[in-house]
Design a protein around this ligand. Structure first.
Ligand code: HEM
Length: 403
């Protein structure tokens, strides 16, 4: 095994093990080899396939007829059986997923998203100032960890007094994600959370408020309404999908900005470039490294045949650094890069429903961080990555908070 978790099993062969801790810390060398040498790769030891070129991952994510989400999103065979949860929108295929998504999207109005900006900014300013006063802090504990939890709580309409309980359940679910169990193995937290949201649904049914759950209760399409189980499932997906992903983006952006001083200067001098830069941070960090599908039929790609019923891992993070799509500087940070599309939020029917929310909090966090602490520096070598093959994120990252 080399330092990047790559092993040549035959001349020109690539051995990719997403569960290898060194690969999780720095997966980019093996991603490069997968793209260049074996773009339709089979991980024999775990019996799944891997796509890594932009063109292939993009096409597979959009082709839900051949690449199904209904049998889970990891390369584990029996994931759904282990779940013990009602299948949620991310683990369904069209047309049912399309219908549910249409109903749920009524809760994601631009007005509701824009309404989050003031509480996000107030929280970020408080935390950035706290880091400044302390001089040294843990960027994840102070800001990148709690911000997304606060945002999901606001969005769902969790009252202030229930926040400590909500935060504890969110943390349990995020820990489970880190252990490589996407949406699984968190039975106690999920049961508590479901009980709690069951109560919240009842309260909103009796009296509507201006929050997501009230909107979901009211959404109706062609005479169809969401069941309580579907609303609960959706709350769960928001918590499981909205937390450590955003933490990953913010921690990764802080590390890139520490490394690339010239790029940082561009943003400090021209903060109006930040929204565009967020897309470049999304592309390069790709917090969701990859998710799997199951083939519904035989698929032939680049001369190789993937059988029906095979797990295929779509490596969004490898695709997002593919020079065939992004040119020879694909692996470098360029905050002015022209980006037509990227795969950090997936693509096609399952494109991230929280993209606008994630973009908003990342923009505000970077505006306040760069505006108030333009000389900040994080210590990547002293930071720690959360274990797990699916979401890549720092779980601790020391920061020197210099103005
Ligand atoms: C930087 C932050 C985020 C990243 C990188 C991210 C990434 C993704 C990706 C890659 C998918 C596609 C899943 C697939 O291909 O199967 C997805 C779906 C989804 N995301 Fe996000 N996400 C982020 C933040 C959020 C937030 C903040 C929310 C909620 C407020 C959210 C809610 C969802 C939902 C509901 C889906 C399922 C959509 C569907 O299956 O139709 N995400 N996200």
């Amino acid at each position: 095994m080399t330092s990047a978790g790559v092993q040549a099993s035959r001349p020109g062969g690539v051995l990719y093990d997403p569960l290898d801790p060194e690969t999780q810390r720095n997966p980019f060398p093996v991603y490069r080899r997968l793209r260049d040498e074996d773009p339709v790769h089979r991980v024999a030891s775990r019996n799944f396939w891997v796509l890594s070129r932009f063109e292939d991952v993009y096409a597979a994510a959009r082709d839900t007829q051949a690449f199904s989400s209904a049998r889970g999103l990891t390369f584990e065979e029996d994931e759904i059986a282990k779940l013990g949860l009602a299948p949620t929108i991310v683990m369904m295929d069209p047309p049912r997923q399309t219908a549910l998504r249409r109903l749920v999207s009524r809760g994601f109005t631009p007005r509701r998203v824009a309404g989050l900006e003031a509480p996000i900014r107030a929280f970020v300013v408080e935390r950035v100032e706290r880091m400044r006063a302390a001089g040294r802090a843990d960027f994840i504990r102070e800001l990148a960890g709690p911000l997304p939890t606060l945002v999901v709580a606001h969005f769902l309409g969790v009252p202030e007094e229930d926040r400590p309980r909500f935060d504890a359940w969110s943390n349990a679910i995020v820990q489970a994600n880190a252990a490589g169990r996407v949406l699984t193995n968190v039975a106690d937290a999920v049961a508590d959370l479901y009980r709690y949201f069951g109560g919240l649904i009842e309260a909103r049914r009796a009296q509507r408020r201006d929050d997501m759950i009230s909107a979901l209760l009211d959404s109706e399409l062609d005479g169809e309404r969401l069941s309580d189980a579907e609303i609960l499932g959706f709350c769960f997906v928001m918590i499981a999908g909205g937390n450590d992903t955003t933490t990953g983006l913010l921690g990764g952006a802080a590390a890139l900005l520490t490394e690339c001083r010239d790029q940082r200067r561009l943003l400090v001098e021209c903060p109006e470039r930040i929204p565009h830069a967020v897309e470049e941070f999304l592309r390069l960090t790709s917090p969701v490294q990859g998710l799997s599908r199951t083939t519904t039929r035989e698929v032939t790609l680049r001369g190789r045949t993937i059988p029906a019923d095979a797990k295929v891992h779509l490596l969004y993070a490898a695709a997002n650094r593919d020079p065939r799509e992004f040119g020879p500087t694909a692996e470098a940070l360029d905050v002015g890069r022209r980006i037509h599309r990227h795969l950090a939020f997936g693509s096609g029917p399952h494109f991230c429903m929280g993209a606008a929310v994630a973009r908003l909090q990342s923009r505000v966090a970077l505006e306040e961080l760069l505006g108030r602490l333009p000389e900040f520096a994080v210590d990547e070598a002293a930071g720690r990555y959360a274990p797990g093959p699916f979401v890549r994120r720092f779980e601790s990252l020391p920061i020197e908070a210099r103005a």
